[in-house]
Every structure is written in structure tokens, then in C-alpha cells.
Design a protein around this ligand. Structure first.
Ligand SMILES: [Zn+2]
Length: 551
């Protein structure tokens, strides 16, 4: 009693630390390197078999997460359950070895895998596209905020769209136009597929070029030739056009030449929005037969229920899944343990749950810890969640996504992927300043990483998202060291069985600071009544406003 009185006097004398600050600091202190590493060690162990959806590895992951959330004192996040189950379908396409594009001037043949790839969501019947006309549709973009429509005045029914990769801003580098070098969502292949389907096209071919795509043809080939997973619902499968594919740069040039056009000239016109749509006077035929398999998988959800406005929620996401085991690998290590990707982010959810649960009084708003499945198969678990949300999207105040934490030690900075998009930047800056750190934008915004992890499914429904990533200014070893380690990681470990937890060299001090920072951000949001919005000019602002208007 006496002791408490002394502390009270001391606090009043200082005049700076409120009780709220004290409890927050206490909560932040529960996020430790020891806890984090012990969770990572379990999730990335060989017993978890690379955490492939629908396998024994999933069962173990769900058991562990559920047990830990319970122990920590976080409630079930989906009614009285910690899980949300869904069915996925895996479609393995068999495609012609060669297709031919024909016109009056002759023909161009394309070999499967080396020169074109194609997939389809057709089940039961094969997808057959016969003598369909090719139409060059610029970037395949309809963007009312830029007065831009690459499909202006054309009926795409029965036709195949041929479109360029990325967006016009990549070529002009004019930051007032499609964000310049930074990719907008219009530059992503996902968007181009979606728009072609909205236009009623029979199919779409994206022309691959390494610089604007941000990756070589090898990635396209690997990504679009094996089995593809989707949420097994007819209405979801029907959101796709007849087929979705890519053609390589060389063949695109030949096809344009066959049409009597010059590819580079048409691209220049497309950058100015003057390319068309242009029917190329060429047709092609292809057929895709899928063999199908279904599997059941689950998201894992835990809740810290708000004390004043429990209907409003701050969501933290991290994907628990990875690639499982590949017995056909030549090397000894056949398990894709996914230690950094994403045992780190999943473990962070447990640490965040513990920090929020340790507060003597829950924040005003609720906090949902959402460990999603099947990210590696195309952000499927998060897609399922936003279509079957526990909290409506208009009551979802913000989402913070963690995917692949910093394992290289303490940094003076933290990167925000998608910096400049929303008011959430200011929250991060505020929290970083309390750690004497700084927020920096993504050094490679042309890669469109803001559209490539689970928060993106929330963004599509208008929810502002924060996607923090490792900083590059190492507090002890400098910026060159951090950059070198990050590059080495991409080359040697990324999506390889070598992504193991290696305590001998992993340094999780920086990850702990990053988790503490995002806790602080979530705490500020959860204790406030402010509703952060998208910045003017963001391609997602209108979606949010529409979602509020429906209230
Ligand atoms: Zn990941």
C-alpha cells in the first residue's frame, strides 16, 4: 500500500507517465525473443512437415496454435471455435503441347511452358476455346480515377485479351500517373485476370517482360504449370474467364508482326492510352482439361474482445501455411519448413495475443488474431475470411499483416510496404519514434508487394492495411550488411527447403522490436475511436466510402 502510494507520487511528480502508458509498456515487455524463438522452433520443426494445407502438418499447426491461444487467454475468434473451415479444390491442368496463332499472313506456334502457359477453372467439362480472336487491350486496365479504359467500346465475348504486364506509370515514371514507378493494383496479374473476366473475355494472355514483371519467365513457368488451388465454390470459380495465361516477349513480338503491327510501337501507344482496344485479325484455339482434388483446411482465429466497442475490430493477419514436403526432391532435405516464411509471422500473432491479453483491461475495440491458411496457394484463406467475415468489413478498422519477419538483427528503421496509401503510416511513425526508429517506404515499390500478401484481400474490400517489413539500416553492422543479408536470403532460402530455423545465426532482436511496434500501432487503434482512412489518390478510397455508405 505504502509502496503504491510512493509510485503514485513519483508518477505525479514526473507528470509524464499515465497508468495507461504503464500498462502498455508492461504489455510490450511480454513480447520477448525467448517466447518468439520457442514458437518458431516448434512451427518450423520437421514434425510440422512444412505446414501444407490438408495434411498432418496442418493438424499439428492448428493444435499448437489453438493450445497456445487458450493458454494465453485469448478467446475463440469464430463464435465458440478457434477455427474457420473451408474446402479448397486443386485443379491440375493438361494443356496442348503447342498452340498456333493464325492470320491471313501465316501462323506463329507457341510451345507450352517455354513460350506460353495457361490455366482454367473449368471443372467437369474441359475449357475449349475455338478460333477465338485476339484483341490487344493495352494494359487491360479500367481505371475511372485516371479516365482510363483499355476496353473502351469493345465487346470481348468470345475473344482473347492480349495485355501488357504492369501499368503505364512504370513506363512514364510520372508519379502523378498510376503512381509512377510504384506499381498500382492495376499492374498486378490478379487484377488483369479479374478485369478480363468482368469484360466477358474467353481468355487472357499477359505478355511477359522481365523488367516490368519484376521476375523472369522461369517464375511464370513454375507458377502456372502445376496444380492451382481455388476456394471450392462455384461462384468463386465462375469469377474467372475461360482461361488465364501468359506468353513470352519473343512470341508476342512475332504475333504482333504477323498482325502487321510493331510490338514496341503498340506498347508506346498503350502507355499513352491510345492503343485501342485493337483487334489483331488473328485467332487461336486451345483446350484445357483439369484433374481435380478437394481438401479441407482452416483459418485459426483468436479474439481479445473489446471492452467498450467490441463490434469494431483491429485485425492482425499472418499465414500459417507453407509448401509441405516434396519427396521428388533430389536433395536430402525435402521439407519446406517455412521458418521465416511464415513461422515468424504466425509466432508473432501468439506474442501479440499474449501482449493484449496481459492488459488489465481490454482496449475499447476488439482485436482479432487471424492465422490464415493457403496463402502460398494464392491468398485463399484470407480470401475466404473476407467473404465470410466474423466482423463486417465496414467495422474492420484496420488490418496489419506479418509475413516473413526480420531475422538479421536490430534495425534503425522499419519498412512499410504500401507507404503513402493510408493514414496508418502516421501510426507507424508514431510508434517507431517511441523506439527511436524511423519508418521508410518500400525500396522496390515497382514489385507491387502491397498486393501480394493476405492483407490485400481486406484492401479489396476497402479496409486500410499496414504491411511492415524488415528495415535495412542495421544498428550494429550498417546498411550494406542488411542489404547483403536480405539479398542472400532471397537467393538461397526463399521458398526453398533451406528456409529452416537456424538459431546459430538468426538474430530475432529486430523482429521483437517490429512486433512491439505493431503492438503499439494496434493498441493506439484499439483504444481510439478514430477511423483511419485511405489517402487522397489511393485506388482503394472509393471502395471504403462505398462500404460505409451501405451501413
Ligand atoms: Zn509468406
Amino acid at each position: 500500500m505504502k509502496y503504491a502510494a510512493v509510485i503514485l507520487v513519483f508518477a505525479v511528480a514526473l507528470g509524464a507517465c499515465s497508468t495507461e502508458d504503464e500498462t502498455k509498456l508492461h504489455a510490450i515487455a511480454t513480447i520477448t525473443e525467448d517466447d518468439l524463438s520457442s514458437h518458431i522452433e516448434v512451427l518450423a520443426s520437421d514434425e510440422f512437415q512444412g505446414r501444407m494445407p490438408g495434411t498432418e502438418g496442418e493438424t499439428r499447426t492448428i493444435e499448437y496454435l489453438t493450445k497456445e491461444f487458450k493458454r494465453i487467454g485469448a478467446k475463440p475468434g469464430n463464435g465458440d471455435s478457434y477455427t474457420q473451415e473451408m474446402e479448397l479444390i486443386s485443379l491440375n491442368p493438361s494443356v496442348y503441347d503447342m498452340i498456333t496463332v493464325e492470320g491471313e499472313g501465316g501462323r506463329v506456334s507457341l510451345n507450352y511452358k517455354d513460350e506460353f502457359v495457361a490455366v482454367s477453372t473449368a471443372t467437369g467439362q474441359p475449357a475449349v476455346i475455338s478460333n477465338a480472336e485476339l484483341v490487344f487491350a493495352g494494359f487491360g486496365i479500367v481505371a475511372p480515377e485516371y479516365g482510363w479504359n483499355d476496353y473502351q467500346g469493345i465487346d470481348m465475348e468470345g475473344k482473347i485479351a492480349v495485355v501488357l504486364v504492369n501499368d503505364p506509370g512504370f513506363y512514364t515514371q510520372d508519379s502523378s500517373f498510376f503512381n509512377g514507378r510504384a506499381m498500382t493494383y492495376y499492374g498486378r496479374w490478379t487484377y488483369k485476370y479479374e478485369e478480363a473476366a468482368r469484360q466477358g473475355a474467353s481468355g487472357i494472355f499477359i505478355v511477359h517482360e522481365t523488367a516490368p514483371a519484376g521476375y523472369p519467365w522461369q517464375i511464370v513457368r513454375k507458377g502456372w504449370t502445376g496444380p492451382q488451388m481455388y476456394i471450392n465454390k462455384q461462384e468463386v470459380l465462375a469469377q474467372h474467364c475461360g482461361f488465364e495465361g501468359w506468353i513470352n516477349h519473343e512470341k508476342a513480338k512475332e504475333i504482333f508482326a504477323l498482325a502487321g503491327e510493331d510490338y514496341e510501337r503498340m506498347k508506346d501507344l498503350a502507355v499513352k492510352g491510345e492503343a485501342g482496344p485493337t483487334p489483331l485479325g488473328l485467332t487461336t484455339t486451345l483446350s484445357i482439361t483439369n484433374t481435380t482434388e478437394t481438401l479441407t483446411t482452416s483459418n485459426v482465429l483468436a479474439l481479445i474482445e473489446g471492452s467498450e466497442r467490441p463490434d469494431e475490430v483491429i485485425v492482425y493477419t499472418a499465414h500459417w501455411d507453407h509448401f509441405g514436403v516434396d519427396p521428388s526432391l533430389e536433395q536430402e532435405d525435402k521439407i519446406y519448413n517455412g521458418a521465416r516464411d511464415n513461422a515468424t509471422g504466425t509466432s508473432a500473432l501468439l506474442e501479440l495475443a499474449e501482449a493484449f491479453a496481459s492488459l488489465p483491461k481490454a482496449p475499447a475495440r476488439s482485436v482479432l488474431l487471424l492465422a490464415v491458411t493457403a496463402e502460398e496457394q494464392g491468398l485463399l484463406g484470407s480470401k475466404y475470411y473476407v467473404e465470410h467475415p466474423v466482423f463486417p468489413m465496414r467495422n474492420t478498422i484496420a488490418v496489419i499483416n506479418l509475413d516473413g519477419l526480420n531475422i538479421f538483427g536490430p534495425m534503425n528503421d522499419i519498412t512499410l510496404v504500401g507507404y503513402g496509401q493510408s493514414e496508418l503510416d502516421a501510426y507507424a511513425e508514431n510508434a517507431a519514434a517511441r523506439q527511436s526508429r524511423v519508418v521508410k517506404p518500400d525500396p522496390e515499390p515497382e514489385k507491387g508487394r502491397y498486393f501480394r500478401s493476405d492483407h490485400f484481400n481486406f484492401i479489396k474490400h476497402g479496409v486500410p492495411a499496414m504491411y511492415p517489413s524488415m528495415g535495412f539500416d542495421h544498428r550494429e553492422k550498417g546498411a550494406d550488411y542488411a542489404r547483403e543479408k536480405a539479398n542472400e536470403w532471397v537467393e538461397v532460402y526463399y521458398h526453398e527447403p533451406s528456409d529452416n530455423y537456424e538459431p546459430e545465426w538468426w538474430d530475432l532482436r529486430g523482429a521483437v522490436e517490429d512486433i512491439q511496434l505493431v503492438f503499439d500501432v494496434g493498441y493506439m487503434l484499439a483504444t481510439s475511436s478514430h477511423v483511419p482512412g485511405w489517402n487522397a489518390g489511393s485506388e482503394f478510397k472509393a471502395i471504403r466510402e462505398e462500404s460505409f455508405a451501405k451501413k
